[in-house]
Design a binder for this molecule. Structure first.
Ligand code: HEC
Length: 426
């Protein structure tokens, strides 16, 4: 445009009887020139719109996705051939831009000036975009109506045990007894980041309609919609639980992880108190202690003595029995502790949070997995899972109360870093 302005605009302003012809011709040329640029710009905007519309944010709510594909860096990036083609596409796009500028500087005729860059741009898209595309379905961007909470996850876990383990294996690793009977065995949904690469809606689609020609059956007639979403929540919790293997008893300063939004839960405790995990958000850290009896006896005594200091450190302790909360031992013990011991909701919390039991040195991938007799989690006041102590796997940790209080001090120093974790999986 600068050139257009410098050459033709002064001419237009000089209209007088003597040079009207010249000015009119210049006006026509200007109009033509502007329309070329306009058409080109329009084309680019159009392409950008197409691409943008096929890459909605993962949390966008679209009831019926109209295309059979979508673009996803998360699901495709990392494979060498994909990256190579994408970079080649970007190089071609740069070349198109370069050709555009060069052609203008060199006063190429309009065919070349527009044609060459357009050709390079089309090539760029043809080379660069297809490898970034993956299958998509009408349900791909549908929002799950079922929140990510322990009731849904526990229910999903039961449904998974009843309907899926024969093929997918007890822990979703794709090693069920029937796995070898398929041309392509089921994927490893535990240690591979499938829930990060695909949307919740993708999972819902596969569960509803099956995957043709693979052995993955249709569940639309067997599981209600809500049950299918429960299974989706369970698969997410399982996958997040595997990500949690990197957690330790030490808070990593200023680094809440988006993938470590813990499942919400509702509870009623022995002292009559009740609420949800989310109620503490924006206010207090939560130390969630899952215990068994008598393995946790000593620790519960220690925590009883520490409770006042925890409260001072802006932290609420919620204890969750792994065993039947109505058993006599638990009832006796709860009468003596100064913090709430959850009775209603305990079983679902245990089933969901034990998915977060894996550690680097104890990944626990074999068979049906184990239930550590004692686990403690630290949820910061913004709703993120930040640290974990499993005596069986980590050895010494928060039994050193000074060390636990240090972690709380760190959390209390932090300001809000991420927006609160969502209530639903995406
Ligand atoms: C009869 C065996 C069988 C049963 C039962 C089964 N699946 Fe599958 N499933 C498969 C096979 C085989 C595949 C692999 C398809 C492929 O990707 O080629 C698969 C693929 C999947 C996928 C796609 C994973 C991905 O990221 O590509 C999901 C999700 C899934 N199954 C979930 C389930 C759930 C949940 C259940 C239980 C409600 C279940 N399946 C029951 C055999 C089964």
């Amino acid at each position: 445009m600068p050139r257009a302005r410098a050459t033709w605009l002064p001419l237009l302003s000089q209209i007088s009887p003597q040079n009207t012809d010249k000015a009119l011709a210049a006006g026509q040329r200007l109009r033509k020139w502007v329309s070329f640029e306009f058409v080109l710009a329009l084309g680019i905007v159009l392409l950008a719109t197409i691409v943008a519309n096929t890459v909605p944010a993962k949390h966008a709510i679209i009831q019926n996705w109209p295309y059979t594909f979508r673009f996803s860096l998360a699901a495709t990036w990392g494979e060498e051939s994909v990256m190579l083609r994408a970079w080649a596409g970007i190089a071609l796009l740069l070349l198109a831009g370069g050709a555009l500028a060069y052609g203008r500087a060199r006063h190429w005729d309009k065919k070349r000036r527009i044609g060459l860059p357009a050709l390079a741009a089309v090539l760029a898209l043809a080379v660069g975009l297809p490898p970034l595309a993956i299958d998509a379905y009408p349900e791909t961007y549908r929002k799950t109506p079922v929140p990510f909470d322990t009731i849904s996850i526990a229910n999903g876990s039961t449904l998974f045990a009843e309907n899926c383990v024969a093929c997918h294996g007890l822990q979703g690793k794709g090693n069920g007894v029937l796995a070898k009977t398929f041309a392509k065995p089921p994927v490893d949904m535990l240690t591979e980041p499938h829930t990060a690469k695909h949307t919740a809606g993708d999972f819902f689609h596969w569960l509803t309609f099956g995957i043709p020609d693979t052995g993955m059956p249709v569940f639309a007639d067997k599981l209600s919609e809500e049950e299918r979403w429960d299974v989706v929540n369970f698969l997410h919790a399982m996958s997040r639980g595997y990500q949690a293997r990197l957690m330790s008893p030490r808070v990593v300063p200023d680094q809440p992880q988006p993938s470590l939004g813990p499942p919400n839960f509702s509870y009623t405790a022995h002292d009559g108190s009740s609420g949800t995990l989310k109620d503490f958000r924006g206010q207090k850290n939560v130390l969630l202690v899952m215990f068994s009896w008598p393995a946790s006896r000593e620790r519960m005594e220690q925590l009883s003595a520490l409770n006042a200091q925890l409260n001072t450190a802006n932290t609420v302790l919620l204890a969750v029995p792994e065993d039947d909360p109505d058993s006599q031992e638990i009832a006796q013990m709860t009468a003596q502790v100064p913090f709430p011991v959850i009775t209603q909701g305990a079983a679902e919390i245990v089933r969901s949070y034990t998915l977060f039991r894996r550690t680097l040195n104890k990944p626990d991938l074999l068979g049906e997995g184990s239930l550590p007799p004692h686990l403690e989690f630290l949820v910061d006041r913004f709703g993120y899972l930040r640290a974990r102590w499993i005596p069986e796997a980590d050895g010494p940790g928060w039994d050193n109360t000074g060390m636990l209080l240090q972690q709380l001090a760190q959390l209390n120093r932090e300001k809000e870093i991420l927006p609160p974790p969502g209530d639903h999986v995406h």
